[in-house]
Design a protein around this ligand. Sequence first.
Ligand SMILES: CC(C)(COP(=O)(O)OP(=O)(O)OC[C@H]1O[C@@H](n2cnc3c(N)ncnc32)[C@H](O)[C@@H]1OP(=O)(O)O)[C@@H](O)C(=O)NCCC(=O)NCCS
Length: 154
Amino acid sequence: MTELINFTELTYADKMTVLSWRNDERIRFNMYSSDTIEESVHLAFIESLRDATDREYFLVRQDGEPVGCIYFTDITDKNAVMGIYASPDTKGVGRLLMDALLSYAFDCLHVDMVTSEVFADNERAHSLYEKYGFTDVSEKTVNGRRVKIMELNK
Ligand SMILES: CC(C)(COP(=O)(O)OP(=O)(O)OC[C@H]1O[C@@H](n2cnc3c(N)ncnc32)[C@H](O)[C@@H]1OP(=O)(O)O)[C@@H](O)C(=O)NCCC(=O)NCCS
């Protein structure tokens, strides 16, 4: 069974698990901000989500095991920008996370379109998104690295 737990409802232990993932080198390398995150900054970030209406972050559990995180930013009536990272200790959960993410986007947020922004050298993520029907629509540069902007319509 797949469960989504909102970051604002995580136990302290789960918050620390997520922090350790966010600070994993492979995950940081593929995020716009690649600095190491202090515990106090991480906890303040989670607290800031309580009042946010345009952002939602979730820990994903599969049969009780935490396997990754999915999130949405810039949420409007029509669109949301997606984000995803898998637990560094778990292999092959990309599809499970994408299934959870797209179900939430289309069935709960009721958006018509999901956008992703992926570094051009992140072949793993790019190929995963293509398998779900995302297409490249434009490019930009972030921190001197090329970013592909991809979209999926409902
Ligand atoms: C992106 C991410 C969530 C995918 O999860 P994963 O567990 O690594 O993915 P999986 O092993 O399930 O692979 C999913 C797909 O990726 C692709 N893939 C896997 N390894 C690949 C590789 N070395 N090169 C290219 N594509 C690859 C395949 O298309 C695979 O599809 P398949 O199920 O048909 O084989 C995970 O790699 C991750 O957390 N990466 C770091 C954070 C990140 O990059 N987030 C995205 C930012 S935009």
